[in-house]
Design a protein. Structure first.
Length: 201
C-alpha cells in the first residue's frame, strides 16, 4: 500500500488548487510542495534498558544517534520488575512520537520481546553481557522470538550497530539521513584505505 501524502499549505498568491498547478506539471507540484508526514516531523528512537547497570552500553547507542542528529528518549524499564511501566510507555509512544525501539537487557533478557509483543513499532534488541555465561543467555533470550513477533537482534553489547540500524530504518523516509549514511560509509572506506597505507610488512 502506497504512503499517503498530505499537502503542505504554501502561500503563492492563489488559494485555489488551479492556482497552485498553474505553470507546473503535476509531478513538479508534488515534488516541490508535498512533504510526507515523516519528513515534516522529527524522528525519535526509544532507548530502553532493563537496569541502570546497562547504562554504559546504552551510551554507545546514544552517541551514534547524536552524530546523526536523531532524537532519542532514554528510560529504565524492567520487563520483570516493572511490567506496568512497559504498558504505560507503549501506550504513550504515539503521543511521544517514538518510531523505533532499541531494548537493552542481560541475563533472562525478555525486555525486547515484551516490547515487540505489545507494540507495532520495530524493535531492535541488544543482548548485554553479564558475569554469567558471557551474554549468551541474553543473546538467546533476545533472538529466539516466536513467529509474528520479530526482534532485530544485534551482537552482544552491539549498541553501535543497533543505533546504525535504527538510523537506516529512519532513512527510508528521510533524505537527509540517507546522505549522512552515505558520508558515514565513505568515512569507513577511507579509514580502511588508511590502514593499508600503514602496513609495514
Amino acid at each position: 500500500m502506497k504512503e499517503q501524502f498530505s499537502p503542505v499549505q504554501v502561500n503563492i498568491g492563489s488559494p485555489s488548487r488551479e492556482g497552485l498547478y498553474k505553470g507546473l506539471s503535476e509531478p513538479s507540484f508534488y515534488s516541490s510542495f508535498i512533504v510526507s508526514r515523516f519528513e515534516r516531523r522529527s524522528m525519535k528512537v526509544a532507548l530502553i534498558m532493563g537496569s541502570i547497570s546497562d547504562e554504559e552500553i546504552v551510551k554507545k547507542s546514544a552517541a551514534v544517534l547524536k552524530d546523526f542528529s536523531v532524537e532519542y528518549d532514554c528510560r529504565v524499564i524492567s520487563a520483570h520488575r516493572s511490567l506496568n511501566l512497559i504498558l504505560d510507555y507503549v501506550e504513550s509512544m504515539e503521543q511521544n512520537k517514538i518510531d523505533i525501539i532499541i531494548a537493552f537487557a542481560g541475563k533472562a533478557a525478555h525486555l525486547a520481546g515484551v516490547l515487540a509483543g505489545l507494540s507495532i513499532k520495530p524493535v531492535i534488541g541488544v543482548p548485554v553481557q553479564s558475569s554469567c555465561l558471557d551474554g549468551m543467555d541474553a543473546l538467546l533470550s533476545t533472538v529466539q522470538m516466536p513467529k509474528g513477533v520479530p526482534v532485530a537482534t544485534v551482537a552482544i553489547n552491539g549498541a553501535e550497530n543497533a543505533a546504525i540500524l535504527a538510523v537506516e530504518m529512519l532513512a527510508l523516509s528521510n533524505p537527509d539521513l540517507k546522505e549522512k549514511l552515505r558520508q558515514y560509509k565513505e568515512k569507513m572506506k577511507q579509514s580502511v584505505q588508511e590502514m593499508n597505507e600503514r602496513i609495514s610488512l
